[in-house]
Design a protein around this ligand. Structure first.
Ligand code: SAM
Length: 244
């Protein structure tokens, strides 16, 4: 059987015998760029129905059609982990979203803190990065990237039972997640990473007083926010997540 060279996310439902009409840009990519022809395989997923092997049934310059042949992977949901981070420079923010999607975040939430340096994000662009990361890493799920939210408001409306891993640069060298996290809770978890300027004293005091917050050090050095996001997700996934 021919190996699929292309793996794509799309919104349409996937199932045995399902046909998928292609839009102009999808047809251009598959037939113009990737030079695929009728009968060629492609892997599709939509974040709900698992991954499917499909074959090209119609190939034109401006449109085309795929047909689903069989499921190649069931839907695999990530653990209930949110990554909250304060947006930094564009390329580093893109990096955080891409890595969070690859590493198994269920939701990505950019947050506005007192020292956040950008008060605007392009949610659609960040969501597209999460889709590309899922396409590349073989995931069958795409985390939702939220619009920018104010941290104080988010904390005020915090969901019952969700735990918060508060990565605090002022705790350098103090307890790590291994001491702070007492097992996965059914309400899920969130990781919080601050901006380049760190957290204000008022934010830190408020966060530390929250009953659901676990203050965590990420070692003896102060990490850049993008490094801290990857380090925190690694620790969480290894100890409480699906890395075994
Ligand atoms: N400007 C701050 C300072 O000099 O203290 C550093 C902020 S750091 C670049 C960005 C974020 O990464 C922090 O707010 C924190 O969430 C996280 N972080 C970095 N290093 C950390 C560490 N060693 N322990 C816990 N969190 C850390």
């Amino acid at each position: 059987m021919k190996q699929a060279k292309v793996r794509l996310y799309l919104e349409q439902a996937l199932g045995e015998g399902q046909t998928i009409p292609l839009e102009r840009d999808q047809a251009h990519y598959l037939f113009g760029v990737m030079r695929m022809a009728v009968g060629d395989p492609v892997l599709l997923f939509n974040g709900r129905d698992g991954e499917w092997r499909c074959e090209v049934s119609v190939a034109n310059k401006r449109n085309g059609e795929l047909v689903c042949v069989g499921m190649t992977k069931p839907l695999q949901l990530p653990p209930d982990l949110w990554l909250l981070f304060a947006p930094i420079k564009k390329a580093r923010t893109d990096f955080i979203v891409e890595k969070a999607a690859e590493m198994g975040a269920a939701r990505i939430v950019p947050v506005n803190t007192e020292y956040t340096n950008s008060d605007r994000i392009r949610q659609d662009r960040l969501q597209a990065h999460a889709v590309e990361a899922a396409e590349q890493c073989g995931g069958t799920y795409v985390p939702e990237v939220s619009d920018l939210q104010r941290l104080d408001k988010l904390l005020a409306d915090w969901p019952d039972r969700r735990q918060l891993m508060f990565c605090d640069e002022s705790e350098v060298g103090k307890p790590s997640i291994f001491d702070a996290a007492h097992g996965a809770d059914e309400g899920g978890w969130a990781i919080l990473i601050g901006p380049e300027g760190g957290f204000s004293d008022a934010e830190r005091a408020r966060l530390k007083a929250l009953p659901f917050a676990h203050v965590v050090s990420l070692g003896p050095r102060i990490l850049r926010a993008d490094t801290a996001a990857v380090a925190a997700m690694t620790l969480w996934q290894k100890n409480l997540g699906d890395w075994g």
